[in-house]
Write a protein of this length. Sequence first.
Length: 370
Amino acid sequence: MHVLILGTRGIPSKHSGFETFAQDLSFFLRSRGHDVTVYCQVGKEEHFLEDEWNEIRRVLIPAREGSLGTIVFDWLAIRHSMREKGVVLTLGYNTGVFNALYRLRSIPNLMNMDGIEWRREKWSRLARAWFWFNEWAGARVATHLIADHPEIGKHLLRHTSPEKITVIPYGADLVSSAPVDLIRQYRLISKGYYLLIARPEPENSILEIVQGYSLRLRGMPLVLLGKYTQDGTSYQRKVLTAAGPEVKFLGAVFERDVVRSLRFHARAYIHGHRVGGTNPSLVESLAAGNAVIASDNLFNRWVAGEGALYFRSADGLGEILESLETDCTQLIAMEEASRRRYRESFTQASVLRAYEELLLQFSPENAVPS
């Protein structure tokens, strides 16, 4: 079959989330003998062209940076893909209304609906309205929907029928070892720090986590990955101001080997996401056998399971940290619970096979002639 992947900035992955997933899925499908085309957004000064990267066909489309550039890129990618034969996989619904073109041409289009973007606090009312409209449109015009979490599947029932929805979470590669040298460059020692990886947005509870960690000295650092600068957003400045002396900002780190080592050697992973479904960063922490401390909500509780600890406030996080200081055996049990939850639902091979099976169901190459 021929799979066309749209909705991301493209490959090779320079970001987390959908870009990394698109790359992993592309390699998997190619290894299984399928043809794969990935649409990639490049700078507006570059030229439209097609090339091949690691046996994956790429269509490079120039577009400006920012939201408007992304909308233009999505439109051009859809128009180009309509001339292709195959099954379309759209990652995200941010311009879901454009996918009506596939419906008009009877082109099979499977759409991963991602999280509930319009609930994110960072967006203006106009942006939230745009995202809500595209969630509604995407859910109605796509051939089939993929929800990355059971609660996202339930959420989508407001727009469509249950038989049109398949739940497939994110997966991750098992991390059973990682070189300690990669964390020493940051003056860190194995099991001697807590870790937080998230975009600096209010719905990720970073401010509350930093406040809770900074209530008193912990004897080890809280390590944050992500961009935090005084000339950045007001939220970034609030986080920097709230940070005590043990909060360590490493900046944006995308080297996968380095991130794996930082996860594997962390004492525990702190996850503050409040909006969305199955978060890839949380799944990757389970795969690394991290003890997990997470914001208390239905999304995180399903992913991390009963072996994690959950907080609702800065003070609640502080209480959890204090309990772990006096009971290290609890961390061992939490690590084993994370590995068990990973094996149950989030192995990379099982997730990628589920995508392949679903795509094959809708691929025109496999359609039975009438």
